[in-house]
Design a binder for this molecule. Structure first.
Ligand code: ADP
Length: 496
């Protein structure tokens, strides 16, 4: 190619949430950490997200007004302010419209379809109007930004700034797709008279699906683990989109998320009783003792302490845990659960807490500090998810030497190496089927090892703690695919 250039690839990362401004799930962690690592890996990365009323005041005060303009949204012309805040070296741009975003919560409003259609259109408009937001790659995440690749192609083809932009769409959880009555097609999206676009967005007679739009229009699709990329192509996991994932499998990639290794570090964690590391695992025992005391569990180092931290929803395989609880209790295992979610799940774990006294504890709360103490004080983390696009808890647990017992699905399968009793290899334990007895068998085998072979156990802990779950690895992979989309831009830095 004759006109190749060596320069930093310009990336605009669009997401509906990002740490530390606002977070409801894993997407917030990704949008808060990945752009920083991409910048370190040699990209020019900026993030764009809505300016919610719930963003803490300390951040809102530091934002600087960059521009304002009106966004066409079908028959509407909607005000859009753009504000900027640099955080940890990355520029975050906030899309400001108080009618849409200055509310108590983030999602769950009657007009979510319109709110995020506006956000997606505002992204395109900002790329067209603001030189500092011009980019080579627009990286969209989940349904809230899914219309941006559609709008970019359908409305902004004549813009010099937009024409060369390649789009990537990342699926963090295919369960949430943004599906609305087809009235929005004309009333909000302004695409009712465009049969091609309408055809891609329709998912049945009466409704349109934002995620489907992105899956059809994006130049490249990624998801957050290689196994989930395969699973999405199967009816069981694909939530009705499996046909499109199969059709577009040549542009579908799975890249395992990382974790923020500074925030999750047992050597420096300010929330835990005693810091420890790979070479002085003794400190972990003190964390276990303190945790048992805090949670009202028997202070007994010989009892394996199984922790679970996460949303209490069906996705997390809680039915298996409920079924197996009696068997685990009989064997003297301790179980501690931290989470919030569906009422019936919360009630079931409260019931176990009440029934099993100093052997079982359920904390129905969202408590970041306690989660740190549980990762540090637990012996085993149980995660029997029905599906798990990536999962962060198992990676955090390994970093703290708390061995995960997981079902073989999605990112759990890609991040946990199963224990091999003959070679001593592994970083945790795995089981294959959604079957409570199978889960309990593997969990109790892990407990058996804990009871009978302290040397093998601590070897596994060290192997787990030594794994690389940094964002650097993921950032390198993302940078590779950005450059695949722009072969004319030579990679600025050497590969790490
Ligand atoms: P998902 O994104 O499906 O909710 P992940 O395992 O990818 O699950 O990420 C969950 C993150 O949220 C982890 O960092 C976990 O520690 C944290 N978390 C979940 N529930 C709670 C809770 N009740 N209290 C504190 N932290 C929680």
């Amino acid at each position: 190619m004759s006109d190749r250039v060596r320069r930093k690839i310009r990336l605009l990362f669009a997401a509906s949430e990002a740490v530390p401004f606002v977070k409801t799930g894993g997407l917030g962690d990704v949008a808060g950490s990945l752009p920083r690592s991409l910048k370190q890996a040699g990209a020019k990365a900026a993030v764009i997200m809505p300016k919610y009323g719930s963003i803490p005041q300390e951040y809102q005060e530091k934002m600087r007004h960059v521009a304002d303009f009106y966004v066409p949204l079908s028959w509407r012309s909607v005000y859009c302010g753009i504000e900027r805040l640099s955080w940890q070296g990355v520029d975050f741009y906030f899309v400001d419209n108080e009618a849409y975003f200055k509310r108590d919560g983030i999602y769950g409003y009657f007009d979510d379809g319109e709110r995020f259609a506006f956000f997606s259109k505002a992204i395109c408009e900002a790329i067209m109007r603001l030189p500092e937001l011009q980019c080579d790659v627009l990286h969209c995440n989940d349904w809230q930004t899914a219309l941006a690749p559609v709008f970019l192609r359908e409305f902004y083809g004549s813009s010099e700034a937009c024409r060369k932009v390649k789009t990537i769409f990342t699926v963090h959880n295919v369960k949430f797709q943004g599906q609305y009555s087809d009235q929005v097609l004309g009333d909000v999206l302004g695409l009712a008279d465009n049969p091609t676009a309408a055809g891609q967005l329709y998912c049945d007679d009466g409704s349109v699906n934002f995620m489907k739009g992105a899956l059809c229009y994006a130049d490249l699709i990624t998801t957050v683990s290689p196994s989930y990329a395969c699973e999405l192509q199967m009816p069981f996991y694909g939530e009705g989109m499996d046909g499109i994932f199969r059709r577009r499998s040549s542009v579908l990639r799975g890249i395992l998320n990382g974790i923020d290794q500074d925030a999750w570090n047992p050597k420096t964690d300010p929330f835990i009783a005693r810091p420890y590391g790979v070479r002085n695992l003794a400190g972990k025992a003190e964390n276990k003792r303190q945790l048992q005391r805090e949670l009202g569990l028997a202070e007994d180092p010989t009892r394996p302490l199984v922790v679970m931290i996460g949303r209490l929803t069906n996705q997390k395989g809680l039915g298996l845990v409920r079924y197996a609880m009696g068997r685990l209790m009989e064997r003297g295992v301790q179980v501690a659960v931290l989470g919030t979610g569906d009422k019936d799940q919360e009630d079931a774990f409260k019931y176990f807490d009440w029934t099993y006294g100093d052997q079982m504890c359920a904390r129905i709360a969202f408590d970041n500090a306690l989660s740190h103490r549980m990762y540090a004080g637990g012996d085993i983390l149980l995660m029997p998810s029905e599906f798990e696009p990536c999962g962060l808890s198992q990676m955090i647990a390994m970093r703290y030497g708390t061995l995960p017992v997981v079902r073989e699905t999605g990112g759990l399968q890609d991040s946990v190496v199963p224990y091999n009793r003959f070679t001593g290899e592994g970083t945790g334990f795995r089981f294959a089927n959604m079957n409570a007895d199978e889960m309990a068998d593997v969990l109790l085998e892990a407990c058996e090892l804990f009871w009978t072979d302290a040397k093998a156990w601590s070897k596994l802990q060290r192997q787990a703690m030594g794994g690389d779950f940094s964002w650097d690895r993921a950032a390198d992979e993302y940078l590779d695919i950005y450059h695949d989309l722009h072969p004319e831009i030579i990679r600025y830095n050497k590969k790490r």
